[in-house]
Design a protein around this ligand. Structure first.
Ligand code: ADP
Ligand code: MG
Length: 615
């Protein structure tokens, strides 16, 4: 038999690529307008006929192209935006893959005119289904004009599947809104069937939002402005009382690029939890600025999905910023945390000196001691406390205004004499401060009301942060088992455990394979109830599975969470005063005391006013 493999002709290859990049008229609009943005334009005019089926024309006043470039730009992988693979790691332009124009030209008839300022005369090119039909000099203004006619004329199947003109035009509008909101320094105008739809001059962000969405949105916007070394977040969020039932305006931009990001969306929606009327959608316009080497925009052909380094930390910063903004406008009772302080996580650069935190092993550690299980005696706790020292401010602020002798420095135990002098016993001081309700909640008075803490979730948060710090600092604390335990798992769980063994062992386990589906456990993390180890491992695996679809989170984070959830105190565990105190202190040493990793509320405050209003 003769050889059968052939290279595809360019026109076919381009058509296949077009299938990915150009799904509908709106995709053409997006690619061409983004090119105009990259060309440094200050004015971009968009003319559409029949929702893009007949004509999509984009006229810009950008840098234009030379005669040679005008021809070359339609070749696949022809781009002026990157030169080496390294450039991929510091992308500031919208395009860089060099495939949009080749794709558009493969599935439509394109007329392009372009002229650079420095040239006397421009170039006009006609190209149809990847065939250049003519190229000639033309007199035209500076900049570039692309007219894309009869989209999909040579791919009848695609043309047939276009949706109604209303739907297709709605998609076009959405693309233009995104690009216009991302580029406040560019003026845009949009015409559809000769009617002017948008006229958006260069204007500050708030005005641009008003121009795009109408005057009514004006009184609805709350500013957000957070600057940390890792990321800057600016923009506006919607007031909950203006939230609409149908759709919200939800926009994330990163370095002026619109992006979809379900995980970060969750961070915003959690910040709104309980204050948004039921069945309404929140609105936000959030602009992230970040070092381009910390993101990967190349994971998706249309570049709307973007991967970040440190997504978990950014998640926390977003959540805290939105909460803070809502708090400033008195939309949620503010807990007076110094949020900026606790979310500013310094960025590591190549020359930052990394100090490995010290972990001392405490030979007196007794895992069977009930109180110590939660107590500050654990050596990991010392490390944890040192790490989070700054966060002490979190809880100190809570007690401002509470009687001095009530609060004193309750985090350090008072000397008996001291207490005696005041006529109080240690017990009675703290009784005023902590009360366990239904073995499920811890209640304590704070500056602006009564704080209620969900004890299991609080413990889960504490353990999660502790495990995460341990795993990332590569310092684990193992508690050797007196009698190693063998467990047998079902086939699927056994495979899973094998797969994540290094990560679970990094948390303090010493688990190894014991043949088939059996595993032997020689050690566990310091604060785990070893009497219950089989259950903890199986709960750990169950929890871990819940997070498995989430490809954006690191295995380490997932494992830390799964274990924290599996090993946190049981519901209905009665806590001694000492335990409540420790739980409380440790919770406020966490970077995010308010929510569990999966976004459940840990702390709720019944405000003084709410309380007074009841009487
Ligand atoms: P990419 O944007 O990924 O580089 P495109 O196929 O979209 O790839 O464009 C190819 C090249 O054509 C661009 O890199 C740019 O040099 C040039 N180009 C495209 N559109 C314009 C424009 N409106 N003005 C000036 N140059 C343009
Ligand atoms: Mg492009």
């Amino acid at each position: 038999m003769s050889d059968i493999i052939k290279l595809l002709p360019d026109s076919v290859a381009n058509q296949i690529a077009a299938g990915e990049v150009i799904q509908r008229p709106a995709s053409v609009v997006k690619e061409l307008v983004e090119n105009a943005v990259d060309a440094g334009s200050t004015f971009i005019k968009i003319i559409i006929k029949d929702a893009g089926r007949t004509l999509i024309q984009i006229i810009d006043n950008g840098c234009g192209m030379s005669e040679t470039d005008a021809r070359l730009c339609f070749e696949r992988h022809a781009t002026s935006k990157i030169k080496t693979a390294n450039d991929l790691f510091c992308i500031r332009t919208m395009g860089f893959r060099g495939e949009a124009l080749a794709s558009v030209a493969a599935i439509a008839q394109v007329e392009m005119k372009s002229k650079r300022k420095e040239d006397e005369i421009g170039t006009c090119i006609l190209i149809s289904a990847s065939e250049v039909e003519s190229q000639q000099p033309v007199s035209c203004s500076d900049g570039t004009s692309f007219a894309v006619k009869n989209l999909f004329f040579n791919v009848p199947a695609r043309r047939k599947f276009l949706k109604s003109p209303q739907t297709e035009f709605r998609h076009i509008i959405e693309e233009i809104q995104r690009i216009a909101l991302a580029n406040t320094d560019i003026a845009f105008s949009l015409f559809h069937n000769d009617e002017e739809i948008y006229n958006l001059p260069i204007s500050p962000l708030k005005q641009k939002i008003i121009n795009v969405f109408g005057k009514n949105i004006q009184q609805n916007l709350i500013p957000v402005d957070t600057e940390t070394t890792m990321i800057g977040i600016k923009g506006y969020i919607g007031k909950p009382e203006f939230a609409r039932k149908t759709s919200g305006e939800q926009f994330f931009f990163v370095n002026k690029r619109y992006m979809r990001h379900p995980y970060f969306y969750k961070a915003v929606s959690i910040a709104y939890e309980k204050i948004l009327p039921p069945n309404t959608m929140l609105s936000f316009f959030l602009y992230f600025s970040i070092d381009p080497s910390k993101i990967d925009v190349n994971i998706h052909p249309t570049k709307t999905e973007i991967k970040f380094c440190d997504e978990y930390l950014i998640w926390q910063i977003i959540q805290a910023s939105v909460k803070e903004a809502l708090g400033k406008f008195n939309i949620v009772p503010s807990i007076d945390f110094d949020i900026e302080k606790f979310v500013d996580i310094p960025m590591l650069t190549d020359d930052t000196e990394i100090k490995v935190p010290e972990v001392k092993i405490n030979p007196e550690f007794n895992p069977f001691d009930n109180v110590k299980r939660l107590s500050s005696n654990s050596n990991i706790h010392d490390f944890f406390e040192k790490h989070n020292n700054d966060n002490k401010k979190n809880w100190e602020a809570l007690y401002e205004g509470i009687e001095k002798n009530e609060r004193d420095d309750f985090s350090s135990s008072k000397s008996e004499e001291d207490l005696f002098a005041k006529g109080l016993s240690n017990e009675s001081v703290e009784k005023n401060l902590f009360f366990q309700f239904k073995n499920k909640y811890i209640l304590t008075p704070v500056k602006n009301g009564l704080m209620m803490i969900h004890q299991k979730r609080a413990h889960e948060r504490i353990l999660f942060e502790r495990y995460l710090i341990m795993a990332s600092a590569n310092k684990k604390e193992v508690q050797k088992m007196l009698f190693p335990v063998t467990i047998e798992l079902n086939a699927a769980d056994a495979e899973l455990l094998k797969e994540i063994m290094p990560d679970i062992n990094a948390l303090g386990f010493e688990i190894s394979e014991f043949g088939g589906r059996s595993f032997i456990i020689n050690g566990t993390p310091g604060n785990i109830d070893t009497g219950n180890i089989e259950n903890i491992v199986s709960n750990f695996l169950e929890n871990y599975k819940i997070t498995q679809g989430d490809i954006k989170t690191s295995v380490q984070e997932k494992a830390a969470w799964a274990l924290a959830k599996a090993s946190s105190v049981n519901y209905s565990k009665s806590l001694a005063l000492e335990e409540m105190k420790i739980l409380f202190n440790q919770l406020f040493l966490c970077s995010v005391p308010n929510y569990t990793y999966d976004g459940k509320t840990i702390i709720s405050i019944l405000s003084n006013e709410e309380l007074d209003n009841r009487f």
